[in-house]
Ligand binder design. Structure first.
Ligand code: ADP
Ligand code: MG
Length: 241
């Protein structure tokens, strides 16, 4: 894979954490399905981008220092018209300034409100013993409270990826039950394999998380993404070999 401009730019700014906007740009180039996400730096720009995309839209705080966006009142969903977008823009910026007075806020990201789907999470990180590992689970309380997740060492085979999906306790929710249609398991398998490849080909990525990925009867789409780089590129290389 050729050197990523996004990563180079982040390093140039002396940062290790990519914003959601930057993470999605990188992941899209790697062929991972992420939703269209634009940057607005004024309420008027947010309105104009929303009109182009079509309502309803989502606005989210865009700051390299704010990792958990909803915790600080930084996410507003289902905005139906221009006046809701203008108000949400101002509220999001005000909330961020209140909770993180020293954070550098770059604006707000504008994205289409995705249709409801089953939320899943894919994460990758480096284990001190095993090296790069990948995690899969259902979204929300399933991961946070019930710890219903599966792990594998990278690189994944197709069989590994399928097993990761099948072995979580919540698998029936994905496979379909009582007449509920199954989600697109091949699409999910493909994303797991691509994330595995991204970690293999980019040892300078320390951590990566798609949370959530919305899964549908047909297709799957990440609506939030987070990436953290290794501080020392040489260390990250040697830890892989
Ligand atoms: P956080 O930084 O708090 O994780 P997210 O970007 O994940 O923020 O947004 C919080 C929640 O809002 C997500 O878990 C998801 O349920 C919902 N959400 C985020 N973006 C979208 C979107 N584009 N369409 C629909 N729902 C979304
Ligand atoms: Mg999230």
């Amino acid at each position: 894979m050729k050197k990523s401009k996004v990563i180079a730019q982040v390093r140039e700014e002396g940062r290790l954490i990519l914003t959601e906007f930057e993470s999605k740009k990188f992941l899209k180039q790697a062929g991972i399905p992420v939703n269209e996400t634009k940057l607005a730096t004024t309420p008027a720009e947010a309105v104009s981008l929303s009109r182009d995309m079509g309502f309803p839209v989502v606005l989210k705080i865009l700051s390299p220092e704010i990792v958990h966006k909803s915790d600080s009142g930084g996410v507003r969903l289902s905005l139906k018209n221009a006046s809701e977008v203008r108000a949400a823009y101002r509220e999001i910026i005000a909330n961020a300034q209140k909770k993180y007075p020293s954070a550098s806020v770059r604006g707000v990201s504008v994205q289409k409100m995705a249709k409801p789907g089953t939320e899943v999470i894919i994460g990758a990180s480096k284990d001190p013993q095993f090296g790069p590992v990948i995690m899969f689970g259902l979204g929300g309380i399933f991961v946070e409270v019930l710890k219903d997740v599966s792990f594998r060492i990278i690189p994944l085979s197709r069989r590994d990826a399928m097993e990761m999906i099948e072995e979580i306790k919540g698998y029936p929710l994905l496979k379909g039950y009582r007449g509920k249609e199954p989600v697109d398991l091949p699409a999910l398998t493909e994303i797991l394999l691509k994330i595995s490849r991204v970690m293999e080909e980019n040892p300078e990525i320390k951590e990566l998380e798609l949370n959530p990925i919305l899964t549908y009867q047909r297709g799957a789409l990440a609506v939030d993404a987070r990436m953290i780089l290794e501080e020392d590129i040489r260390y990250s290389r040697s830890s892989l070999s």
